[in-house]
Ligand binder design. Structure first.
Ligand code: NDP
Length: 328
């Protein structure tokens, strides 16, 4: 196929097959930025938005650290603007979830909702990562009203207040330390009697005066009238009994890990042990020619909207160069 060919549809038995020039999977800041660049490079990108159109930012309230918004912007508003910008240059944004891929041939195949196959020479993976939640009902009840999975995004709103961070890994340690610089007091709720975090992070936690570690505590529920005002915890007492503990907090931060949304590509794309897509350092290239990754699905370190957008730009440029080299 010539890369200038327009999209084509072939119906094969029950499965509709569509050929496109550039397929983007996922619609967070990485996906939309990739779309803006790809569309402006005449790649006519087709984007499938995925389960959570707009990505993780649609679950935050105010975004104050994305350059260009001096007064801040709400997460959903920012994503609408990114979407409008991608559409303005011709991105075809569609509902749908990529469920399966076949990256074994020169043209990559992606199944959408297990019904339709989209074929494309270049695929940009921008499926993000999903913060893990404890699974208690109150996390949903107080979503956006005191419950957050991103201290860098939301910590600022709790200046001078008391908050809790749940988790014992490096993320929890990092978030607790970050928050300790902003808030009055941080409770670090740890389910075991030790931290999983690296020694250096542990030492920083222990050195920080306004972090109190609540060892062997777990969360039962959240308290408050419309917004979080406290948490109900439990701690094992002996073998049978448990002791209930209430803490007064305004913010409840989850830091029990993220799961990159890469399961559907794992048969073809190299990932690390957690599932983050491996890219060639300094590029968005994966182990499969023509498949690029950007945003949180390949970033276990920074996980910020602005870094996701930056890698989205890289993916579109890498995709464009790949196609022009292939067809020159
Ligand atoms: P981890 O999986 O390392 O840690 C998750 C933590 O959450 C563990 O302490 C775990 O407890 C706890 N946890 C999990 N489920 C629950 C639950 N249901 N209730 C209570 N606690 C729970 O995830 P991280 O996000 O911290 O780190 C992911 C990776 O990223 C790691 O490799 C880490 O080193 C790396 N990282 C590196 C950073 C850096 O170098 N600056 C910063 C952040 C992350 P338990 O220990 O009992 O299993």
């Amino acid at each position: 196929m010539n890369i200038d060919d327009s999209k084509s549809n072939i119906t094969n038995q029950d499965v509709e097959i569509e050929r496109v020039k550039c397929l983007i999977i996922g619609s967070g800041p990485a996906g939309y930025t990739a779309a803006i660049y790809a569309a402006r490079a005449n790649l006519s990108p087709v984007m499938y938005e995925g389960l959570q159109p707009g990505g993780q930012l649609t679950t935050t309230t105010e975004v104050e650290n994305f350059p260009g918004y001096p007064q801040g912007v709400t997460g959903p508003e920012m994503m609408e603007e990114l979407k409008a910008q991608a559409i303005r240059f011709g991105t075809d944004v569609r509902w749908g979830l990529a469920t399966k891929v076949d990256f074994s041939g020169p043209v990559h195949k992606v199944w959408i909702d297990d019904k339709k196959i989209v074929e494309s020479e270049v695929v940009i993976l921008a499926t993000g990562a999903t913060a893990k939640y404890l699974g208690i009902e109150d996390e949903k009840k107080y979503a956006g009203s005191g419950v957050s999975a991103c201290a860098t995004c939301d910590g600022f709103f709790y200046r001078g207040k008391d908050v809790a961070v749940v988790g014992g890994g490096d993320t929890a340690a990092e978030e607790a330390i970050y928050l300790a610089g902003l808030v009055n007091k941080v409770y670090l709720i740890v389910r075991r009697n030790e931290l999983r975090a690296s020694k250096v992070m542990q030492e920083r936690v222990f050195r920080t005066k306004n972090i109190e570690v609540l060892w062997e505590h777990q969360t039962k529920g959240l308290l408050g009238d419309g917004v979080v005002e406290g948490a109900l915890l439990w701690k094992k007492k002996g073998t049978l009994e448990e002791e209930e503990v209430t803490i007064k907090i305004d913010g409840f931060f989850l830091a029990i890990g993220h799961q990159p949304n890469s399961d559907f590509v794992k048969d073809f794309i190299d990932t690390d042990e957690v599932g983050y897509v491996k890219t060639i350092p300094g590029t968005s290239k994966t182990n499969v020619a023509g498949v690029f990754a950007c945003g949180d699905v390949q970033d276990s370190v920074y996980r910020q909207a602005v870094t996701a957008a930056g890698t989205g730009c890289m993916a579109a440029i890498d995709a464009e160069r790949y196609l022009s080299e292939k067809h020159s």
